[in-house]
Design a protein. Structure first.
Length: 194
């Protein structure tokens, strides 16, 4: 009998608790790992980033993000009889920054979304080790000749369990350098909503 009382009280309180929670669903903060394919050179890059989304209403968020893609290594073999294989660093690093709207389906635990963002990508060459200082100097040393404008149409899904969720984005990060350059970009990581 106590179970029925508990379930009855829970059924009365749960909608009010859910409504209270929705009132606090205004901001999302997340981190992610990203994959970026530079189609022009056939280079695959990976890195990390962070994003901040602010609700304009239940279906629209304004979102800003920044990602840093680390230098990648590649192997090369020579046919001179020795069979030697060398491993080299590409020294190419990318810094991406974008902002724009995100349209989402609803406020349910699983959401689908589309986005269109604008921003920049900075192509840099550096042999410095990857540290917080390297990232900070990359941001502070942005130069006009290394920066290209970016347009990013994409979409994805996010699933929440309470305020904590996971998000997957897939899109085409188009940068403009002597014409439009299409590049696959995939990002995945946790997000928290407040």
């Amino acid at each position: 009998m106590r179970l029925f009382y508990f379930l009855g009280i829970l059924s009365l309180v749960a909608p009010a608790a859910a409504a209270q929670y929705e009132q606090h669903d205004h901001i999302e903060v997340g981190v992610f790992a990203d994959y970026f394919r530079v189609n022009q050179t056939g280079t695959n890059l990976g890195g990390v980033g962070a994003r901040l989304s602010v609700n304009a209403n239940s279906y629209l968020q304004i979102e800003g993000e920044m990602a840093y893609d680390f230098t990648q290594t590649f192997t090369e073999g020579f046919e001179n009889g020795s069979g030697a294989i060398t491993t080299e660093r590409s020294e190419l690093r990318l810094l991406h920054g974008m902002v724009g709207p995100k349209l989402q389906t609803n406020k349910d635990p699983v959401r689908l979304f589309v986005t269109a963002k604008g921003g920049f990508v900075n192509f840099g060459l550096s042999s410095a080790s990857v540290t917080g200082g390297t990232f900070i100097s990359t941001v502070s040393n942005l130069r006009a000749n290394n920066v290209n404008a970016v347009f990013y149409p994409g979409g994805g899904a996010e699933a929440f369990w309470g305020p904590i969720g996971l998000r997957l984005d897939v899109g085409d990060e188009i940068y403009f350098n002597n014409g439009a350059r299409n590049n696959l970009r995939v990002a995945f990581g946790p997000t928290i909503r407040f």
